[in-house]
Write a protein that binds this ligand. Structure first.
Ligand SMILES: C[S@@+](CC[C@H](N)C(=O)[O-])C[C@H]1O[C@@H](n2cnc3c(N)ncnc32)[C@H](O)[C@@H]1O
Length: 249
């Protein structure tokens, strides 16, 4: 699929404005993602009392609320979708510690550089249509010594499907390119499949030191619908979620 960054972002903004309600409070800290251990088990952030944090793709603002409960001093949230930012504003209420920005992660909307102790992203970073630019932005927002943590759908999970108890590939794991997902509801969206090594190598290239790559699976037995995208049958075989923690030096 040949598509410019601006065309892709326009499609995805429209799609997320329409899908926002479906994702209210879904995949927010302490949860990192389906069939994954949580922040309560992993403690990747450590003590955040008095720290400054920025969330990339903050969605409905529920992770921001979690960070406030944990004692963060100042927290910014950025999201492409107008509806998500409006929702996050309602969820967070008036709070002088919170600043919300409507922007794509591929652009820098004037966020201070070398400022944040933490930048994090929970199931949102993989939406970027330009990983290099996005990671470059994130790196510039962090102070030296600052931490970047993100979770995203494991790329093997998005390539393999369960079809009448038969596991098969829906596309090649090796092919890295954007594609229009017609079945994404209620309006199509542009997805960019990338390999795990691409995330790791782009992080290294932008200057991060990788501290942890997690593919641990913790089966969520509550997921009753075994035909669902995140069925536990699939999670028994391969991870649904991966998490990376890295540091700016
Ligand atoms: C699965 S949701 C993240 C949910 C979030 N963790 C929460 O607590 O609600 C993904 C979010 O990424 C946002 N998003 C998608 N593409 C984006 C982009 N290019 N730049 C910034 N945000 C984007 C969507 O609007 C959506 O809110």
């Amino acid at each position: 699929m040949n598509i410019s960054l601006n065309e892709g972002l326009t499609i995805n903004k429209d799609s997320w404005d329409a899908a926002a309600e479906r994702f209210f409070g879904r995949t927010a800290l302490p949860v990192y993602g389906p069939h994954s251990p949580s922040e309560e088990e992993l403690n990747l952030f450590g003590d955040i009392t008095g720290k400054r944090a920025l969330e990339i793709g903050c969605g409905s603002g529920h992770s921001i609320m979690y960070m406030l409960e944990q004692g963060v001093e100042e927290i910014w949230g950025l999201d492409l979708s107008t509806v998500q930012i409006q929702t996050a504003q309602k969820v967070c209420g008036y709070n002088e510690k919170v600043k919300l920005l409507e922007s794509s992660m591929e652009q820098d909307p004037g966020i201070p550089h070398c400022y944040f102790d933490y930048v994090y992203s929970i199931y949102a970073l993989g939406w970027t249509l330009d990983l290099k630019k996005t990671l470059h932005n994130i790196h510039s927002y962090l102070r030296p010594g600052g931490t970047f943590i993100f979770s995203w759908e494991h790329p093997i999970h998005s390539r393999v499907i369960l079809d009448n108890e038969i596991i098969r590939f829906n596309a090649s794991y090796n092919e890295e390119k954007p594609a229009l997902h017609e079945a994404w509801k209620p309006r199509p969206a542009v997805f960019f499949h990338r390999k795990i090594s691409t995330y790791i190598n782009e992080l290294i290239e932008v200057g991060f030191i990788i501290e942890k790559v997690l593919e641990e699976v913790k089966i969520d037995r509550e997921t009753k619908n075994e035909n669902s995208w995140y069925s536990s049958i699939k999670a028994e075989l391969y991870p649904a979620t991966f998490i990376i923690k890295c540091k700016k030096i």
